[in-house]
Design a protein around this ligand. Structure first.
Ligand code: PTJ
Length: 258
């Protein structure tokens, strides 16, 4: 884990969560994370509390389906924003290397300084190539945020795109141009969560290692098994399972008075 300036006592009951916050604060100071990314994290934390800060069974099934889809893809790509680069740079690089999906920097609050800071975070974590910064760009039609600018060798020609912590407009635009979208979002009700083909309702700090583990387990099984895992996945049903899990957990915490 990245060192931060603030000393968090190991025995603090919220030490792990505080360390993650420090990573984002430190990322904001390096221009990797945008200020809005700190708010986005707060929203995510609130949902993580409801989930119990552990991967739900629904999140594990979604991670397995994501692994199968990545293994079956012809041209998968992983989109990286500031929060992803600050929270899980090493895990993102590992997923990229294992799945053969290149990493592409794609920012909502796009500045040259931030593009380079995110690229550098990935290079420091071991990436050998990062897309999305070249002079050649392509555009996703009907999308008006800076996220419309994509790499012609990356998201533009991808069949499967991993877009963690995404905004709803872009997910919808990617779907409209025929991409298969995998997202990671702690909020099962967000537009992105509702629109994607596979939504992993989990913290990215757990979800990416879960996908990595599932790729390792599924790769030796071959394309037949991978296809049946991918085809057997239903995002609507999985989102329902996630909401029911949260409901039941809250009912239990409320002493069974549901
Ligand atoms: O780096 P940039 O410029 O591309 O900007 C990145 C942010 C995250 C600021 C931008 O994409 C944004 O504004 O996103 P939203 O619309 O706030 O959506 C972020 C979603 O991610 C929300 O639904 C959060 O609940 C969720 N989220 C936040 N932290 C995590 C998370 N999901 C999984 N793991 C997290 N750690």
């Amino acid at each position: 884990m990245m060192e931060t300036g603030f000393n968090i006592p190991d025995n603090h009951p919220r030490a792990a969560s505080m360390r993650i916050r420090e990573r984002l604060i430190e990322g904001e100071e390096r221009s990797v994370v945008t200020k809005a990314g700190l708010f986005a994290h707060g929203r995510g934390e609130a949902f993580d509390y409801l989930i119990g800060e552990a991967s739900m069974p629904a999140a594990l099934s979604a991670a397995r389906a994501a692994a199968a889809s990545l293994l079956l893809a012809s041209h998968p790509v992983i989109s990286v924003n500031g929060n992803v680069a600050a929270l899980v740079p090493e895990a993102a690089v590992e997923l990229s290397q294992l799945s053969g999906a290149p990493l592409e920097v794609n920012l909502f609050y796009r500045t040259r300084k931030r593009e380079l800071a995110v690229r550098d975070a990935l290079l420091t974590a071991g990436a050998t190539a990062v897309l999305g910064l070249g002079p050649k760009t392509a555009t996703i039609p009907e999308l008006f945020s800076e996220r419309r600018i994509v790499d012609p060798e990356g998201i533009y020609k991808a069949d499967v795109v991993v877009v963690p912590l995404e905004d709803g407009d872009r997910t919808e635009a990617l779907k409209r141009i025929g991409k298969f979208v995998i997202t990671i979002d702690l909020n099962p009700l967000s537009r992105t969560a509702q629109t994607a083909d596979i939504t992993i309702v989990d913290n990215i700090t757990r979800a990416i290692p879960n996908i990595v583990g599932a790729i390792r387990a599924l790769r030796p099984c071959g394309a037949g098994t991978q296809r049946s895992v991918a085809r057997g996945f239903d995002n609507r049903r999985n989102l329902s399972e996630a909401l029911i899990f949260i409901r039941d957990r809250l009912t239990a915490l409320a002493g069974g008075r549901g």
